[in-house]
Write a protein that binds this ligand. Structure first.
Ligand code: SF4
Ligand code: SF4
Length: 470
């Protein structure tokens, strides 16, 4: 149990002492319904994180963000740099989803699904407990002199941390390089791939430093989502709350006229940010729910109802009233739905290929033997996740005037090709701003795109028999 002297000072951040020095936190272990559920949630989330670069959909990784080539593979869909504007909708959709979650359930994301919590609580702290023992023993070990045992335990812990940091950083890199390429790079050695090696070392150092030393500071000091909570939440938001009406005044279990809180400090001892939730909801609370389980343990021992600390709204705690739907929730949900709908429509319309007209360099046109001549190329990019064959055709009415030396090509994903196009319009038929349409068809999807080519020529074409060349 935590000593009362060890309680956080309300004049400073909970993890700082009066001089601004950091209190390193050694949260105690706890068992309860939420803490039993957490390892399952963490396992699923870590499995998804590790699997996404390995699992292939339509022949490509489920998620592959190829920045150098500006090719993006997302769950079977393919995008290139021209589609980058879609990121606005994707990011705003994710952003609004997190805002809705924060308005309704506070820091549910932070306590249960944020990678910082998942890896720190689900992996690194578990290893620490396994090697160094429970909280009190860990603290004694850290504060005690260097001994053979301390050295051995610390060395083992840091060696495992380092290996994990290397693995996590390489999985992260696999999102950007693909697993196959990363495997080849590892085999060929760092000297061949200094750029990727630099990022691997940097990510490893950040992950190792964060999970070994920085820990809860990231949630409290750096994370912008944590800073925004105070404006996203209101008194109807469901958070981890202490029921002060039931708990106060605090006092010994057998004392007359006191509330249910026996002031045991167990809720502080298990808190990973070292706060006292009985002082009200605080910005350092990441919603991990461990204090709920800790207090429930005490209540069960005292034969009192569980839930002195529980998920509830401030309004319910203060006035016994619950209000789920309120204006801000409607506004957030409507904004989120608009973003999601637009993103879905735009992404579902994502074309399977791109076809753009490029004029050849040099003279835009020439007039030769009574013929206005233009040459250009139609640049086609295959944006499908698999190879496909493209055809170029022209309406029969233009067939005599449009030369297509190559009418068909098969392209792999994100490969491109320039179809040459030559226009030969007799001067007698030439009209200023006349347009010829070339159709590009993807044989796999059957999707076609018309590429209009405006015929360039003189404003006042010479007589058909002049033969003047420009
Ligand atoms: S107050 Fe409770 S829910 Fe909040 S961080 Fe501490 S233990 Fe977790
Ligand atoms: S709220 Fe519960 S765990 Fe916290 S001090 Fe009171 S009785 Fe103990």
């Amino acid at each position: 149990m935590a000593h009362k002297d060890d309680s956080p000072n309300l004049d400073t951040l909970s993890m700082l002492d009066e001089k601004g020095r950091r209190h390193y936190v050694y949260p105690a272990d706890v068992k309860g319904r939420w803490s039993r559920l957490k390892p399952w949630v963490y396992t699923v989330l870590i499995a998804i994180y590790v699997a996404l670069p390995f699992v292939h959909i339509n022949g490509h990784p489920a998620v592959h963000i190829d920045i150098p080539d500006r090719h993006f593979f997302l769950f079977g869909a393919t995008f290139n740099s021209q589609d980058f504007y879609l990121m606005f909708f994707v990011l705003s959709g994710i952003g609004f989803s997190l805002i809705v979650v924060a308005a309704l359930w506070g820091r549910l994301w932070c306590g249960w699904a944020c990678p910082q919590t998942v890896f720190l609580d689900g992996v690194f702290r578990r290893i620490e407990r396994w090697i160094e023992g429970p909280a009190a023993k860990r603290k004694r070990l850290a504060e005690g002199p260097m001994t053979g045992e301390k050295f051995a335990r610390k060395a083992l812990k840091h060696a495992i941390y380092l290996v994990l940091a290397v693995v996590i950083s390489h999985v992260f890199l696999a999102y950007f390089t693909s697993v196959d390429k990363l495997g080849a790079m590892i085999t060929e050695g760092p000297a061949e791939h200094m750029g990727t090696f630099f990022w691997a070392v940097l990510f490893t150092a950040i992950i190792y430093g964060n999970f070994w030393w920085f820990r809860e500071q990231l949630c409290i000091v750096i994370c912008p989502y944590g800073r925004l909570q105070s404006v996203l939440q209101d008194e109807d938001t469901i958070n981890v709350q202490y029921d002060h009406r039931r708990g106060e005044p605090r006092g010994k279990a057998k004392k007359e006229g006191v509330g249910d809180c026996v002031d045991c400090g167990r809720c502080i001892a298990v808190c990973p940010t070292r706060i006292d939730i009985r002082n009200g909801h605080q910005l350092e609370c990441i919603g991990c729910s461990y204090c709920i389980d800790a207090c429930d343990e005490i209540m069960v021992k005292l034969n009192r109802p569980k839930g002195l600390i529980r998920y509830d709204s401030q309004r319910m705690i203060d006035d016994g009233k619950r209000r789920f739907w309120r204006p801000r929730v409607f506004i957030y949900i409507v904004a989120g739905l608009v973003g999601l709908t637009v993103a879905t429509i735009v992404m579902s319309r994502n074309d399977p290929f791109e076809a753009n007209l490029f004029r050849n360099q040099g003279a835009p046109y020439s007039v030769h033997d009574g013929i206005v001549e233009n040459s250009a190329r139609i640049h086609v990019v295959n944006k499908r996740a698999s190879s496909t064959t493209f055809h170029v055709t022209v309406d029969p009415e233009w067939a005599d005037h449009v030369l297509l030396p190559q009418r068909e090509v098969t392209l792999e994903t994100f490969k491109d090709f320039n179809f040459p196009v030559m226009l030969e319009i007799p001067v007698a038929e030439y009209r200023y701003k006349m347009t010829v349409v070339v159709k590009v068809t993807d044989s796999a999807s059957g999707v076609s795109e018309d590429v209009p080519i405006q015929v360039l020529g003189p404003l006042h074409p010479p007589k058909a028999d002049s033969g003047k060349e420009r």
